[in-house]
Design a binder for this molecule. Structure first.
Ligand code: AMP
Length: 223
């Protein structure tokens, strides 16, 4: 399988698409947000700094993210293709990523942009609930994504929680950072002829179908 990079505004559905693809196919899912949340949960000095930056919706320093990513990429499950969710987020990170790929002898693969209007992001972010046990993603404002029992995961019975940065104030900052720092990547990867766009406004099934069609066209033969 080709390696995938997902580029999208916060709440556009990168995590949900990643979960849907890894449920069906043999991808590893690498979310730099999750890697950083794991580091933050250690509660040491570095962890507390990361937690504070994540809660405010600020980008964590490049060296910290690159080092966590490089370690993760060397794990065995990344050899069959992986989905990169949340990295790179700036052109500088894209350049660093290319150096890491060279060192590890891996391919860039395909870059997929999830397109969605800002208005839709507010409900997606403020209604998002995640499972502590299996990372499943729910949304209390979307009848199709509401858990059967409030606060409990349908899949594993785990407890659901809300991310500390899933609030309006943090969304505003994360969205502005996306426009200013991450959107230039669209141009960057277009020039490399590896960028494809998908409409993520019509729900998770529609998004997954478009990505499967795209991967089939590119020769990865998923169905
Ligand atoms: P996400 O889970 O992708 O929404 O990321 C949540 C937060 O983690 C972001 O708002 C940043 O604070 C941090 N983060 C995740 N990925 C990166 C990255 N590539 N560079 C810097 N900070 C990141």
């Amino acid at each position: 399988m080709k390696n995938l990079i997902l580029i999208a505004a916060p709440g556009a559905g990168k995590g949900t698409l990643s979960n849907d693809l890894t449920d069906k196919y043999n991808y590893a899912h690498i979310s730099t947000g999750d890697l950083l949340r794991e580091a933050a949960s250690k509660g040491d000095e570095l962890g507390n700094m990361i937690h504070e930056m994540q809660t405010k919706g600020e980008l964590v320093p490049d060296e910290i993210v690159a080092s966590a990513l490089k370690n993760r990429l060397q794990e065995e499950d990344c050899n069959n293709g992986y989905i990169l969710d949340g990295y790179p987020r700036t052109v500088k990170q894209a350049e660093t990523y290319e150096e890491i790929l060279k060192e590890l002898n891996k391919d860039l693969g395909v870059v997929i942009v999830l397109d969605i209007e800002k208005e839709q992001l507010i409900k997606r972010i403020t209604g998002r609930r995640l499972c502590h046990g299996c990372d499943a993603i729910y949304n209390i404002y979307d009848p199709k994504l509401t858990p059967k029992h409030e606060g409990i995961c349908d899949k594993c019975g785990g407890e659901l929680y809300q991310r500390s940065d899933d609030n309006l104030e943090s969304l505003e900052s994360r969205y502005n950072t996306y426009l200013e720092k991450t959107q230039p990547l669209i141009d960057y990867y277009s020039k490399k002829n590896c960028l494809y766009r998908v409409d993520s406004s019509l729900g998770k099934e529609h998004t997954l179908e478009q990505v499967e069609d795209l991967l089939n066209k590119l020769g990865d033969n998923v169905d």
